[in-house]
Design a protein around this ligand. Structure first.
Ligand SMILES: *Cc1c(COP(=O)(O)O)cnc(C)c1O
Length: 381
């Protein structure tokens, strides 16, 4: 860290990068009663089925399957569509996206992203399509939707499947449509740190209801009946304790998103006008979920680097996150993947982005402390 980028200051109560939502305990306990009454702990129990119906309605989708976590659901999506060869994706994502491609025997091909919203640069997709390309797997990064129309058009013209990693985009709507109504399949993660969670968990949403039977097979060892193993599968079923948490959390999702919206508004107000900082604003016709508050720091205009800011915040007990950093293409296993070293925009974003602490109940004082630390660095610079 350069000297002028040291904010100094003493440690007070730590501020974590996020904090999982927990519903009132009584509400969860009430749901657990059913488990004790029925003695059904997993394998498509009543809570699982109730959550499936409730989520279909909330997300406005025809088909939905629940999983033990988001990652395995993504692998199941690739297996259900029987994809082979190359899948075009981006390296500015969580390790899960790229690993799902590799774990299912496919090869990731890395496409660059746009600096404006961190999603796949749709103008660069077609140049990467080769004879072995079977699908596109883009990510709705921080809940910002990819260019849905352009991707749909490319997929239709070139005969490719589209799976969206919508892990960040629960509840996001575009032009009145649920985000999961685009593409062949969308994956949601219900990990404890996500806007909506089932402790651990995930779901696939899709329009083709025939996929339900295939996904049920894949997540239950490929077993189709007492006497038959139909295909290769694994165990990725959501259990009743997870589904019960989901049923309760879903009742609170409206107020959760509303509170996050208020927290993000305060960040935007306190950081407004600081040169060299860029953060996203709400887009017209979109319902955001305020899952994250990413800030892109232009080191020249701001005067300190992202790493300086990270260290200065840490020095005051504030845990921001370099998210996403590193790029998944930096994992040695992907060094020889096509496109691995030709994503300069993704490189720039990974090196200069910081997601600031955010959860629905983060106090005003905590946000003020984060913003004060950042603006004091700018003043010194
Ligand atoms: C959280 C996340 C996943 C993985 O989901 P899990 O439920 O943790 O397995 C995949 N992709 C992205 C972008 C994520 O943020």
């Amino acid at each position: 860290m350069t000297k002028q980028c040291d904010a100094g200051g003493s440690r007070s109560d730590p501020i974590y990068v996020t904090r999982s939502f927990l519903p009132p305990l009584e509400e969860y306990v009430a749901e657990l009663r059913t488990i004790w009454d029925t003695h059904v702990l997993t394998n498509n129990g009543p809570a699982h089925n109730a959550l499936m119906s409730a989520l279909k309605e909330y997300l406005s989708v025809r088909g939905l399957s629940l999983f033990v976590n988001g990652h395995l659901s993504l692998e199941a999506a690739i297996k259900a569509l029987r994809l082979e060869g190359e899948i075009i994706t981006t390296p500015f994502t969580f390790a899960s996206t790229t690993h799902a491609i590799a774990n299912t025997g496919c090869s990731p091909v890395f496409c660059d992203i746009k600096e404006s919203d961190y999603t796949i640069d749709e103008s660069r997709i077609e140049a990467l399509i080769g004879p072995r390309t079977s699908a596109i797997l883009p990510v709705h990064v921080f809940g910002y939707p990819c260019d849905l129309g352009a991707i749909e058009d490319i997929a239709r013209r070139r005969g490719l499947r589209v799976i969206y990693d919508a892990a960040h985009a629960f509840g996001v709507r575009v032009g009145g449509r649920g985000i999961a109504s685009f593409g062949d399949i969308s994956m949601f993660s219900f990990h404890a740190t996500k806007v909506f969670h089932t402790i651990e968990g995930g779901a696939l949403a899709y329009g083709d209801e025939a996929l339900a039977a295939e996904l049920n097979l894949i997540k239950n060892f490929g077993i189709s009946g007492p006497d038959r193993i139909e295909r290769v599968g694994f165990n990725a079923k959501m259990n009743e304790f997870q589904a019960a948490m989901g049923l309760v959390c879903l009742r609170h999702i409206g107020s959760e998103i509303e509170k996050r919206k208020g927290r993000v508004a305060l960040y935007r107000e306190l950081l407004a006008g600081i040169e060299g900082l860029r953060f996203s604003e709400d887009a017209a016709g979109m319902e955001h979920n305020y899952a994250y508050f990413p800030v892109l720091i232009d080191p020249r205009a701001f005067g300190c680097t992202r790493d300086d800011v990270f260290e200065a915040l840490a020095g005051r007990g504030i845990n921001a996150r370099k998210y996403f950093f590193p790029l998944t293409s930096e994992c040695p296993s992907y060094a020889s993947a096509r496109g691995a070293s030709s994503t300069p925009v993704a490189r720039y974003c990974a090196d200069n982005i910081l997601t600031l602490p955010l959860w629905s109940e983060i106090p005003d004082e905590a946000i003020a402390r984060v913003c004060e630390t950042i603006s004091s660095l700018r003043r010194r610079a």
